[in-house]
Design a protein around this ligand. Structure first.
Ligand code: PMP
Length: 363
């Protein structure tokens, strides 16, 4: 196989509860997982009902084109069906973009401390990564625009960004889109968009109408609570969508996932509840960090990046100490942030348990 495939370091997800229970001799029921930016409310009841109904038809293949789900997206985001690509999670969309637009040796631009899959997707197709130094733990869009070279085919931007939680105002993104050459595809990854406050929201679909090289990526894994079902989607003009649809697996979104996603998209009450719970949880965590004198990066997502020490062993050490106390968080050494840890915002009592354990560990 190609050397560039052999060189890939595998994706490290949040540790599963069962594994932590076994490794540390803990009761599974008492373990709290705040490691993968999941929705602490779980899936919406409406989606669960739709999914259970879909079980009756599981002997049949899913709708290969996801007609009902695309209809729901069309209705919600006011885009034609031809602008939508469905993905097995939004990871699928990110990978499809790399496969569709990047050949071995061509370059992909993304920011230091941005989502790990940008590097993986780039490496998987033999692309050359141009990693642009972060500014205040977020994207430096001016530097990213300057970093685009004659071989660049793709740019990844996450807004809000994971694992740092930083946010780019609409005006900055628009200025960037104006600068990028038309033959470079820009993936605007909005996995955490639903957590933005109304005053931060912006109309990326309007940009898709204006910029034929823009691909907006969304997920049902976060605020919609369907991480385990794996549903995401891309919105772009047909020239992009057509290519993505040619190379995706014909049945990349399964029937239960399609049915649940339709219900979740229409469940605005659940979405509001999730956003409110998250905003309250953010205040709860950051109030505790402030009181403890812990440095953190202000976050616009459903997680917070916080600093646990001044030596490069700190993140791993505190992580193990928290695991021993039944709290699973995410050390981010693999992101080049070995002194930091990312914690997902949980239910109030989960946040409280995390804060209590952290106090013990850092005492
Ligand atoms: N983009 C970003 C910025 C993320 O943080 C994540 C989830 N960790 C994803 C995309 C992918 O999520 P999914 O494949 O579940 O849609």
């Amino acid at each position: 196989g190609p050397d560039y495939v052999r060189a890939i370091a595998p994706y490290q997800g949040g540790k599963p509860i069962a594994e932590v229970a076994r490794e540390f001799g803990l009761d599974e029921a008492k373990i709290i997982k705040l490691a993968s930016n999941e929705n602490p409310l779980g899936m919406p009841e409406s989606a669960k009902q739709a999914m259970l109904k879909a079980v009756a038809d599981i002997g049949r293949y899913p709708d290969a084109n996801g007609f009902d789900l695309k209809q729901a997206i069309t209705a919600k985001y006011d885009v034609p069906q031809e602008w939508i690509t469905l993905g097995n999670g939004s990871n699928d969309i990110l990978e499809l973009a790399a496969h569709a637009f990047v050949q071995p040796g061509q370059s992909v631009v993304y920011a230091q401390y941005s989502f790990a899959v940008y590097a993986l997707a780039t490496q998987a197709v033999g692309g050359r990564a141009i990693v642009v130094a972060a500014r205040d733990y977020g994207h430096d869009l001016d530097a990213m625009a300057k970093a685009i070279d004659k071989d660049t085919k793709l740019v990844f931007i996450a807004n809000p960004n994971n694992p740092t939680g930083t946010f780019l105002p609409a005006a900055d993104i628009e200025a960037f889109l104006k600068k990028v050459p038309q033959d470079v595809v820009v993936v605007l990854d909005e996995a955490y968009n639903e957590y933005l406050a109304p005053e931060q929201q912006y109309d990326s679909v309007a940009w898709v109408r204006q910029y034929p090289n823009l691909l907006v990526s969304r997920t049902m894994s976060k605020a919609y609570g369907l991480a385990g079902l794996r549903v995401g989607f891309g919105i772009a003009q047909p020239a992009i969508t057509d290519l993505l649809n040619r190379i995706r697996q014909p049945f990349n979104v399964n029937s239960m996932a399609q049915a649940a996603a339709v219900a979740a998209l229409n469940d605005t009450a659940f979405l509001q509840k999730s956003a409110k719970l998250n905003a309250d949880g953010y205040r709860q965590l950051t109030t505790a960090f402030d009181a403890m004198g812990i440095e953190y990066v202000p976050s616009y997502g459903n997680f917070v990046l916080f600093k646990v020490g001044n030596d490069d062993g700190a993140g791993a050490r505190v992580n193990v100490a928290l695991l021993k106390r039944g709290i699973i968080v995410r050390p981010v050494g693999n992101y080049g942030l070995p002194q930091w840890i990312r914690v997902s915002i949980g239910l109030p009592e989960e946040n409280e348990a995390f804060i209590g354990a952290l106090k013990q560990v850092l005492a």
